[in-house]
Design a protein around this ligand. Structure first.
Ligand SMILES: Cc1cc2nc3c(=O)[nH]c(=O)nc-3n(C[C@H](O)[C@H](O)[C@H](O)COP(=O)(O)OP(=O)(O)OC[C@H]3O[C@@H](n4cnc5c(N)ncnc54)[C@H](O)[C@@H]3O)c2cc1C
Length: 430
């Protein structure tokens, strides 16, 4: 595909917007380039983050994320692949954070702490102070036995002891600032964003034609033959979270959190003995702190559960009392959050294919049609489109976003075909 060919992106979550940014600000372009012609990009999405937040459903995961970066050691080939994506993303996020104030980009470099009440796995146990954990220069420290003893002695006697812990530097993202920041940048380079629910890839092509983004008639003769062979066929990227077409291995993982006004200076994660998680994720730019959170597979409850909220706040009080909530235990609650992580069991889908779509043409106004029985009816015609899939990021959509966008650009440009090598499971993560 030529770098100037148009691309239709379905979805306006972090995956879609990062891809659009990567296409419009190619890293190979010299800095301060004066290029005025950019690749035409049309984004079609049912939900866009610049709508009033009260109208944005839990299925638009990107607005409801924490969002912090908590690394996972590369203990399997799949996790090694994710680590590559995470390290690429770490570099891009830090680059943005050093270029723009956090009140603009919504990104900030922030200290992190992790605590495990469970026994660490072998890969975690193998980590040593000075290792690269989140990325180069992260000042990674494993807590010593003395550190753990001091920590546990200071906790409530009823609390489960912490068995392993670490500190390092990471970044946090405030989606309410970051998503509009990406939108503003891609729109400045000509990306069009249209709010529309899309039913099928044929529908996407139809909408793009109606908007004048694609020519109203597909090419004929040699052009049509080339399109059928994949050259010149419209490219559609499916970044709809769980996939446009039914995907039997996609499910949502419900996450409920609470946004509080207090601005915590670091992100803390505690993996509890009973399998639950407790965490604080500050939202840069004065956005308060997320107190979380749940991971409920296949749970589509859109409303917050009061009992869950009380549990989350209760644990934050128990573990972070004094340091965060103040001696009086007061938390200034802004509101409950419910989001559905778009999870694809067995792997994020990163691949490309040519597919035939059925377009229905209205022939009622066609002067070339001599068959009066067709007047006012539609006739079916097939067309070839290139579909690039980029969905199923589960709980890691932010921390893998720039790495994923790089892979998607390769697929869009036809520099990679995707397939098995990119099909990796992205675990449910907060
Ligand atoms: C509580 C919670 C905490 C999280 N914390 C973190 C974290 O700390 N770090 C991290 O990295 N990740 C975190 N995540 C995960 C992260 O939010 C997701 O992985 C990420 O947002 C997925 O982005 P996406 O763009 O792929 O999908 P989405 O954000 O879900 O966007 C999908 C887009 O597709 C559109 N769409 C869907 N169907 C159609 C259709 N038929 N027609 C047109 N448009 C359509 C939607 O309207 C939307 O614009 C968290 C998620 C939750 C819920």
């Amino acid at each position: 595909m030529a770098p100037s060919d148009p691309v239709i992106i379905l979805g306006a979550g972090v995956t879609a917007l990062t891809l659009a940014h990567q296409l419009l600000f190619p890293p190979s372009a010299p800095p301060n380039t004066t290029q005025t012609h950019h690749r035409p990009i049309l984004i079609l999405a049912s939900t866009i983050p610049t709508s009033p937040h009260s109208t944005i459903p839990p299925s638009y995961a990107s607005l409801w994320a924490g969002a912090h970066y908590r690394p996972i050691p590369a203990s399997t080939p799949q996790l090694a692949f994710e680590r590559e994506l995470a390290l690429r993303t770490h570099a891009s996020m830090l680059q943005l954070a050093s270029t723009y104030p956090e009140t603009v980009s919504g990104i900030a470099r922030i200290p992190a702490e992790e605590y495990l009440e469970t026994d660490p796995d072998a890969a975690t146990l193998a980590l040593r102070t000075g290792d690269v954990y989140a990325g180069p220069g992260d000042d990674f420290h494993v807590l010593t036995a003395d550190d753990l003893a001091t920590l546990n002695a200071a906790s409530s006697p009823r609390a489960e002891p912490v068995r392993w812990g670490c500190t390092y530097n990471t970044y946090c993202v405030n989606p309410a600032l970051y998503l509009p920041f990406l939108i503003q940048r891609i729109q400045a380079r000509g990306a069009r964003i249209v709010q529309a629910h899309v039913d099928s890839f044929a529908h996407a092509v139809e909408l793009a034609r109606g908007l004048g983004f694609l020519p109203s008639h597909p090419g004929e003769g040699r052009e049509a033959a080339a399109a059928a062979a994949g050259g010149g066929a419209p490219t559609i990227v499916d970044a709809t979270g769980t996939g446009l077409l039914p995907d039997p291995v996609c499910r949502v993982i419900r996450g409920q959190t609470v946004l509080v006004k207090q601005q915590f200076p670091k992100t803390v994660t505690r993996q509890c003995r009973d399998g639950s998680w407790s965490f604080l994720i500050p939202r840069p730019g004065g956005g308060g702190t997320i107190v979380g959170g749940t991971k409920e597979i296949g749970d589509h409850e859109a409303l917050p559960r009061r009992k869950t909220r009380e549990g989350l706040l209760g644990r934050a009080r128990a573990w972070f009392l004094g340091e965060f909530v103040g001696r009086d235990g007061e938390l200034d609650v802004v509101g409950d959050i419910v989001g559905f992580r778009p999870w694809r069991e067995g792997g994020v889908r990163l691949e490309a294919e040519l597919t035939e779509v059925v377009m229905v043409k209205d022939v009622s106004s066609s002067s070339s049609s001599s068959d009066s029985s067709q007047k006012g009816q539609g006739v079916a015609d097939t067309e070839t489109v290139r579909v690039v899939y980029g969905y199923g990021l589960g709980g890691r959509g932010y921390e893998l976003s720039w790495g994923v966008a790089e892979r998607l650009v390769e697929l869009v440009d036809g520099r990679a075909s995707g397939g098995q090598e990119y099909k990796r499971a992205i675990k449910a993560r907060l």
